[in-house]
Design a protein around this ligand. Structure first.
Ligand code: AP5
Length: 237
């Protein structure tokens, strides 16, 4: 295990960041994972990486993602279990884009409780980013990514030093395949359909923080860190 990661004997902390497309989940998860010193796991990134590498999973999900539909639970779940069983997740992880359905939330609970039987306790905390539709559409329209290293750029947040070029490797930036108007509408529709039962699932355990995501990325991160309860903060410090 990386020496920067938490000691697995301290128990596992699982921070789940939920929000509609363009809410800033990826942006926030990256920052939070750095602060909490745990890995950032994005199911969208893992799926896109499989598409890039033309794996069997990638070929199976390419069209689904281009259409803005949800990938079937069993595909995503197998992929996630494989990732969270890696050694660097022993102390915890930040989840970005998962769960997307109440079934995925129930499967994650099961998976974490099986891990608890084996070795350690885990604590889940859910951050729900609330962002206005106007802001979401503006952010998605302005998002550019590097097709090689997948770094995300925006018009207000993390602008490239040279317009249209990746800071890291100089590649020409592109729009994400699923950031087309029709696909965005389908992704937003999926989100609206699934979010209430997912929140109801976690609200039973009293672990949902609602955060105003309409502010600058830095302000949103500060808002999340301030809202994290004292006992949880102690577990990650
Ligand atoms: P996924 O990759 O998870 O996409 P998404 O949920 O649609 O979210 P986005 O990545 O579009 O946005 P984000 O909230 O991460 O925002 P970001 O930080 O990039 O999923 C893609 C697809 O994969 C799904 O449609 C589905 O097909 C499949 N999939 C994934 N997980 C699945 C699962 N569990 N089950 C089934 N299918 C699954 O920010 C957006 C832009 O805004 C950027 O340009 C950024 O720089 C900018 N920005 C961010 N924050 C701010 C801010 N505060 N102010 C100004 N600009 C900002």
């Amino acid at each position: 295990m990386n020496k920067d990661n938490k000691d697995e004997n301290e128990g596992q902390v699982v921070l789940i960041v939920l929000g509609p497309p363009g809410a800033g989940k990826g942006t926030q998860c990256k920052m939070l994972a750095g602060v909490l010193r745990v890995p950032h796991i994005s199911t969208g990134d893992i799926l896109r990486d499989n598409i890039c590498r033309d794996t069997r999973l990638g070929r199976g999900v390419k069209k689904i993602m281009e259409d803005g539909r949800l990938v079937p639970d069993d595909h995503v779940m197998n992929m996630l279990i494989e990732r969270i069983e890696e050694g660097d997740c022993a102390g915890g992880f930040v989840l970005d884009g998962f769960p997307r359905t109440p079934e995925q939330a129930a499967l994650l609970d099961l998976c974490l409780s099986e891990q608890e039987d084996k070795k350690q306790s885990s604590r889940q905390l859910v951050v729900r980013l609330v962002v206005s539709q106007h802001c979401l559409l503006k952010r998605l329209a302005g998002r550019q990514i590097c097709p090689v290293c997948q770094t995300v750029y925006g018009i207000h947040q993390h602008q490239p030093r040279t317009p249209g070029k990746c800071d890291a490797d100089g590649c020409s930036l592109i729009a994400r395949q699923d950031d087309r108007e029709k696909t965005i509408a389908e992704r937003l529709r999926n989100f609206e359909e699934q979010i209430s039962p997912i929140i109801a699932h976690y609200a039973k355990h009293g672990c949902v923080l609602e955060i105003d995501g309409d502010r600058s990325a830095h302000e949103v991160t500060s808002g999340i860190l301030r809202a994290i309860p004292e006992d949880w903060r102690a577990a990650v410090s």
